[in-house]
Design a protein around this ligand. Structure first.
Ligand code: DAH
Length: 345
């Protein structure tokens, strides 16, 4: 199997924003660390390259689950992926005998392109083991822990636990917080499934687990409007956070956007994430957004065409027509050659 990791992705593999002092992702991480005493081991440097077994199989993620597909996940080879979540480390750490731990790391997913999606993002995972106890005790401890996290991050905000589903926990919950006049999901959690505990060689014990996205929390808490900003090296961004506090981000001037439309006849192998990957690879962080603006089915041939609007905008500077045209030309060429679709011109 050929890897689907692009140059754009591999260039980000060692960035580890969670270790960059006073970066918003690091500030949120540290804030949550305050909830956990020294009994919790903290893993921040586990390799993002993990095997399929750890990322999916041992967590009971079904063979036909869409997240396993190469359209959604970056494969190094058939048996190895860039972790799609920090849950990938649950079983290996439990097998190694750890009883209470946090894992923070960069995770990778192929996805659409807009202000809240970026193919590299950071998660925190928490796990705590209990021996000789009942489910209620474990659940109460989970709720107490989650409550402390939420009250620290969102003081005085109403919150609730909502029933949810994850293959590796039962029961499973999502935590929602009422913030800026709406309910928002902030984390997933639950009691680790008995079969996952068995996979970890700990069938006689019980455990809770939670997982959360650090960019998502940082966007909400710092009011950061565009997920690409986390990757900015511009001092107008980074210098706003030197206090290490959670403060409101002050946007600096917005530069003009430049959009281009591309239309092509799709075939049955066509996948939107594959197209987005080409947009990212040719446009890097200068792409702000991609949207499907028109679908047309030809009455005679039965073929379907999609028209996408690709919006280019830098958060740092004005783009020149020349550079946008070059990126877009490269996108047209790769779309036609790599996706085997016919461009409409
Ligand atoms: N791994 C899940 C995700 O990426 C998040 C998650 C949910 C982690 C529930 C957990 C958990 O540990 O118990 O969507």
């Amino acid at each position: 199997m050929k890897t689907n990791i692009t140059q754009n992705i591999s260039s980000k593999q060692n960035s580890k924003l969670h270790l960059q002092v006073n970066h918003p992702v690091e500030i949120i991480k540290k804030r949550i660390y305050k909830v956990f005493g020294s009994l919790f081991h903290k893993f921040e440097n586990l390799s993002e390259v993990v095997n399929v077994t750890n990322n999916f199989d041992l967590l009971l993620i079904p063979q036909n689950h869409p997240s396993r597909k190469p359209t959604d996940t970056y494969y190094v080879d058939e048996n190895t992926v860039l972790r799609t979540h920090t849950s990938a480390h649950q079983v290996e750490l439990l097998r190694q005998g750890y009883e209470q731990f946090l894992v923070v790391g960069d995770c990778y997913r192929r996805d659409e392109i807009d202000s809240t999606h970026y193919p590299v993002f950071h998660q925190m995972e928490g796990v705590k083991i209990f021996k000789n106890t009942d489910e209620l005790t474990v659940k109460n401890d989970l709720v107490e822990t989650i409550t402390t996290i939420i009250e620290l991050l969102f003081p005085n905000a109403p919150y609730k636990l909502v029933d949810s589903y994850f293959p590796f926990t039962t029961p499973s919950y999502e935590v929602e917080v009422f913030w800026n006049n709406k309910w928002i999901e902030v984390l997933g959690c639950g009691l680790i499934h008995p079969d996952v505990m068995k996979n970890a060689g700990r069938e006689n014990e019980q455990a809770w687990a939670f997982g959360l996205g650090l960019e998502r929390l940082a966007m909400i808490l710092f009011k950061i409007p565009d997920i690409r900003l986390f990757w900015s090296t511009d001092e107008r961004f980074l210098n706003q956070f030197i206090s290490g506090e959670i403060i409101e981000f002050k946007p600096y001037s917005k530069f003009p956007e430049c959009y281009k439309d591309i239309a092509f006849w799709i075939n049955e192998d066509y996948n939107y994430n594959d197209f987005c990957e080409l947009v990212r690879d040719t446009g890097k962080d200068l792409v702000e957004n991609v949207s499907l603006i028109d679908t047309f089915k030809h009455p005679k041939t039965g073929l379907t065409s999609h028209c996408y609007r690709v919006c280019y905008r830098s958060n740092e500077r004005n783009l020149t027509n020349k550079e946008v045209n070059e990126m877009f030309f490269e996108l047209q060429t790769l779309t036609s050659n790599n996706l085997h679709v016919k461009l409409r011109v």
